[in-house]
Design a protein around this ligand. Structure first.
Ligand code: GRF
Length: 192
């Protein structure tokens, strides 16, 4: 994987589709002195993403690409990323699948957070699946993004105990809390 070290902070874009709690958490992390990154761009595939409020709150450039024509939008995004000198892409609840062509332009520089102990439960509804399968543990994973969904090299993973009467909603809350620790820790691991 490409190492992006140097004296300057790594210009980072965060891609979202929803609430953006990971985005907010990454912005806060980026403000601390030891953080290797700055958040310079927020991309969403929908104007309805609640997380876009953090772009206004923290005065970060935001752009919406609806992915109606994914190829065109990916081209425009690539141009934008190059213009902004973005060196790292953090996917944080981004619900569109990026194409092989897009990923190869940023290989080793796109990371994602996924709410399961990968390679278990790729895709959606991870908590419901873990509970239905009577798993004892759930968790979250930060991994590199490759053309194969949720399959790139794992950077960090956190295991979380599923209680006997756990509901998917309570599990989601527990996991999300750990995600907010894991994503910054994974970024520190990459760049230190
Ligand atoms: C998180 O659970 C993340 O792991 C998954 O989507 C959710 C996004 O939550 N990929 P938020 O928008 O960051 O609050």
């Amino acid at each position: 994987m490409v190492k992006l070290t140097g004296l300057k902070k790594i210009k980072t874009a965060v891609f979202i589709s929803g609430t953006g709690s990971n985005l907010k958490n990454l912005i806060k992390f980026s403000k601390i002195k030891k953080s290797p990154i700055t958040i310079d761009l927020i991309i969403s595939n929908t104007s309805k993403a609640k997380g876009l409020i953090f772009a206004n709150e923290y005065k970060i450039k935001k752009r919406i690409f609806r992915f109606k024509n994914p190829r065109n939008d990916e081209k425009k995004i690539l141009k934008l990323l190059k213009n902004e000198n973005i060196q790292l892409i953090c996917l944080a609840g981004f619900m569109k699948i990026l194409s092989k062509n897009f990923i190869k332009e940023f290989i080793g520089k796109i990371i994602n957070i996924h709410p399961s102990l990968l390679p278990k439960y790729k895709g959606v509804n991870t908590h419901v699946r873990a509970i239905n399968n009577k798993d004892k543990f759930a968790g979250c994973t930060v991994h590199y993004v490759t053309a194969k969904l949720d399959s790139g090299k794992i950077i960090l993973q956190k295991k979380i105990k599923i209680s006997p009467k756990e509901k998917s909603t309570s599990l989601a809350k527990k996991v999300l809390k750990q995600e907010h620790k894991l994503y910054p820790a994974a970024i520190m691991k990459i760049f230190n």
